[in-house]
Design a protein around this ligand. Structure first.
Ligand code: PMP
Length: 351
């Protein structure tokens, strides 16, 4: 505590991002980055901006990128909101769309930024337990709330909720905003964006960090009714009217224009994920069915923490959460074929 700090700062419990270690030859499978890298067209588009345009301010509204995303998903530009990574989009959602005085609902096992934003904006958060098989049960979201948010697929479990069940949650809460955080949806899920025309209370957030391999560029967006997007714009313009720099806007447009690269790399990740799953099965792990670019698995005879430590000693970094219900699990990002082979070899030596 410093005498210069606001009491608001004193109360914060900030999010701790996954580590970015700098060791040589590391197999880094801890932060769900895409092993394939972005489309070469992204690099070309960014290079043009770098060479020609850095002295100019970016478009504060990101109209060209919004238009690209709107066309891609078959919505209008005023139904798209842009943010500096979907983390920023989510922050603005918590500020602008969730009611105070009633709890925001999210699963007990989920993306750990949600409780952080609840704390930041002084909104009560209420966790809704996942089922025994780590699934979201729509029936549990029929209770008074100030808004609902969940990832689909969920993180860190990777479990996917079918679209009819997502719709059941949205339909049961017409007076509240339901946010579906689709950071990982392109690895085998179906986007709820197709439901936004029908439900003015549905907001879908997505990121270019995962399937489009641009975690370093920081681009996220949300799609929903123009009414919800207008609220987010008001919040954005009260914090920072330039959420995306020129490089990010140009790179993101190019990423959406290279559909072949997007499809091929998503299929590559899915193929590798399924290969790792079969190998983990063979080693006796319980592996939750994943539609994300990572796998959540536990071994009946080996503690999660010990396995994570054993892997680290061999230069393979995975994520272990010291949290109730999931402390026996490892969350393993899908890597390249070589990285995944190395992971399995290292685990073979441990179990
Ligand atoms: N939502 C979920 C569920 C995530 O796992 C992540 C990545 N940590 C994000 C949102 C944020 O991604 P970004 O800010 O890179 O768009």
């Amino acid at each position: 505590m410093s005498k210069y700090w606001s009491p608001l700062v004193e109360k914060l419990t900030p999010y701790v991002p996954g580590e970015q270690p700098k060791m040589a030859n590391l197999v880094k499978l801890n932060t769900n980055e895409n092993p394939f890298g972005p489309s070469p067209r992204v690099v070309e588009a960014i290079t043009v901006e770098l060479n020609d345009n850095l002295r100019l301010y970016p478009d504060p509204e990101g109209e060209a990128l919004k238009g690209t995303i709107a066309r891609y998903y078959g919505v209008q530009s005023d139904q798209v909101f842009l943010g500096n990574g979907s983390d920023e989009v989510l922050a603005h959602i918590f500020y602008g769309l969730f009611q105070h005085g009633e709890p925001v609902l999210y699963p007990d096992i989920t993306y750990s930024f949600y409780p952080v934003y609840s704390g930041l904006y002084n909104i009560e958060g209420k966790t809704v337990p996942l089922t025994d098989s780590f699934e979201i049960n729509p029936e549990d979201y029929k209770q008074p709330n100030g808004g609902i948010i969940f990832p689909n697929p969920n993180a860190p479990t990777g479990r996917y909720l079918a679209l009819d069940k997502v719709e059941a949650i949205v339909a049961a809460n017409p007076d509240r905003v339901v946010v579906v955080d689709e950071a990982y949806v392109d690895f085998g899920g179906e986007s709820a964006i197709k439901l936004v025309e029908k439900y003015p209370n549905l907001l879908v957030s997505q990121t270019l960090s995962k399937a489009r391999s641009l975690a370093g560029l920081r681009v996220g967006f949300a799609v929903g009714s123009a009414e919800l997007i207008e609220a987010l714009n008001r919040v954005k313009n009260s914090f920072n009217s330039y959420p995306l720099d020129r490089l990010a806007q140009a790179g993101a447009i190019a990423a959406f224009e290279d559909e072949d690269w997007f499809r091929a790399t998503c299929e590559g990740v899915i193929g590798e994920r399924d290969w790792v799953t079969s190998k983990l099965d063979a080693l006796g792990f319980d592996v939750l069915p994943s539609k994300a670019n990572f796998i959540f698995a536990r071994h009946p005879d080996h503690a999660g923490e010990a396995l994570a430590k054993g892997l680290r000693e061999q230069g393979v970094i995975v994520r272990h959460f010291n949290k109730p219900r999931i402390s026996e699990f490892l969350r393993i990002t899908t890597g390249t074929a070589d990285q995944n082979k190395r992971l399995i070899e290292c685990l073979e030596a441990l179990v």
